[in-house]
Design a binder for this molecule. Sequence first.
Ligand code: SF4
Length: 419
Amino acid sequence: MWSMKTKIYIRTFGCQMNAADSGVMRGILEDRGFEFSEKPEDAELVIFNSCSVRDHAENRMFSNLGLAMKKNPEAAFILAGCTAKRYGEELFKRFPRLGAVMAPSELFSIGDIAEKVMSGGRAAALEGGSYGFVSRRGGVSEFVVIQTGCDNYCSYCVVPFLRDAERYRPAEDILREAECLAASGTNEIVFLGQNVNSYRDEKTGGDFPDLLARAAKIDGIRRIRFLTSHPKDISGKLIAEFASNPKLARHLHLPVQSGSDSVLKAMNRKYGSGDYLKILEKLRESVPDIAFTTDVIVGFPGETDSDFAQTLNLIRSADFDGVYVFKYSPREGTASFSMKDDVRDEQKKERLSAALALAKELALKKREGWIGQKAETLFENDDVGHSSQNYLVFKKGAKAGDFGGVRIKAVSGFRLIAE
Ligand code: SF4
């Protein structure tokens, strides 16, 4: 039986969306009077917020779940997130101690589900649900979800099947949440969605740049970031917003995935490599100090040596500040699952190493260029912060919440060291 003193432990796997969802679940459960423990062994209810983006992520989560059940034989368990949506009630057979499985879209049911599970019941919340408002307190930098789901159906991606169609939170709810966070001391908000640039506020018709402009008016919010953007939705209006909104961090994470037009077509990305480079060029014209990071998949079905060489060329031409490189892995249910996975694993590994080596070379060169310059930095923790360009910055003696320009004296690994 549960009580107001029931202790909950939430473990998050996967992407920033999951991290944000876990923060929301925590806010809802705190409102219901639940308490939280630092370790799963001390909790009476353990929630795993799962990720299904790759086989490896799923398997790791399942083995951690089994281990947590073994280590805490008294606790009740809930599996939330994409893996719960993917396998549904089947999971009750594999893990008979599971009290509930809940899809990402059912996030706001967590209070009722937790109470039901703690009263000995079982729940499967796998369809429907809607994103509501939760009054949250936060740290220096906090995620705020503005959009869920995705309509893009990139041929390799399971997200549209697990997080449903695109839905947008009302701007009023988003801004109210950001105001609550600012009142509790948050200085930076990171707007999150699978595809933030397609955002629309149904009530006012306002788009994503309108939302950024409104958020910049909130007292206490000193910096705004956002993730993730799709190149096909980067508008001239967004570029203008970057140029005119001083609170917008000088950083854009814009996944390109490949430099080969035929691979991009097979991936169903809806842009060509030339379109992508044009966006970067326009942004650099308007915002000269902007930094770009990207995602790249190597070894997609049909990717030839020449396709991969085009990817390396694009990485060099784009002069990225950071590149996250992934080896293609087929996911059942996606369009690319039925394509022949014809790039040998050895070849995928070689391409991964080559792309990572180039990414490292560019990232170090970019960082060295900051030596002697002032980098506007927000310190999320004592001594550690991020510059507007999203570089990790170390400054001895800086306090969490400090914000302003710091002079960079050295580079250590990928970190900037400030005076
Ligand atoms: S834009 Fe493509 S890669 Fe991103 S979540 Fe949607 S389908 Fe997946």
